[in-house]
Design a protein around this ligand. Structure first.
Ligand code: URA
Length: 220
């Protein structure tokens, strides 16, 4: 089944190449990797991601940024996509936004950053830190879904609009939905602001603090 799926995808890609496409922008359902077809270990999945060339973002990356942390984490954080520092180190949230996230984890949840798991919607840096396109997000999302399936966090905190949108399929503004817990299959999702937004809008830190307190209350 998997071979057939791959063969059909290859055929479609060859056809598009003949038509002059370098990278496709197909509707997600036509090109999406199936989470079910992906490796069942995080190490193998990380290798798959490192060799992924399914979208335009792979052309510009220095390193893919798979995610890191406790593979049995109770709490998982999901951001948008790597920035420049993440692209050069291969680690999520290690730039200025990462400093803010680390403080949110260590000062409010009162656990070391290494106790949680941190990942992103897309694993390669979008040029000039632009928001990933729908096609890029949908193409990459199965990797994240597979990580969630393997790590089985009880709580997922989405950071910013992109992470919220692609984990819930809801396009509501983050300012309206933040702090509202959503029961999903196997976990509770809490949306909050992206740490980069907090750097630009320090007055929103109050709300982010309230959201993180909620996460703390939900932790065992
Ligand atoms: N912003 C993100 O969304 N993710 C990172 O890993 C870094 C910055």
């Amino acid at each position: 089944m998997k071979n057939l799926h791959n063969a059909l995808q290859l055929k479609q890609l060859h056809l598009l190449k003949q038509l002059g496409y370098a990278y496709t922008d197909l509707a997600p359902s036509e090109l999406e990797v199936e989470a079910a077809d992906l490796p069942d270990s995080l190490e193998a999945l990380q290798q798959t991601v490192a060799g992924c060339h399914l979208c335009e973002l792979s052309k510009h990356r220095h390193k893919s940024v798979f995610g890191e942390g406790n593979v049995r984490a109770q709490v998982m954080f999901v951001g948008e996509g790597p920035g420049a520092t993440e692209d050069s180190t291969g680690r999520p949230f290690v730039g200025r936004a990462g400093e803010v996230l680390t403080k949110m984890i260590e000062n409010v949840l009162l656990v070391p950053r290494s106790d949680v798991y941190i990942a992103n919607i897309v694993k390669c840096r979008p040029p000039s830190n632009r928001v990933p396109t729908e096609s890029e997000a949908f193409t990459c999302r199965p990797y994240l879904l597979k990580q969630i399936e393997m790590i089985q966090p009880r709580i997922i905190v989405t950071l910013g609009a992109t992470a919220y949108r692609y984990l819930t399929n809801d396009t509501s503004p983050i300012s309206r939905v933040r702090g509202n817990a959503i029961e999903a299959k196997g976990y509770t999702l809490i949306p909050t602001f992206h740490p980069s937004y907090l750097l630009r809008n320090p007055s929103a830190k109050k709300e982010a603090f309230i959201d993180m307190k909620k996460v703390k209350e939900m932790m065992e």
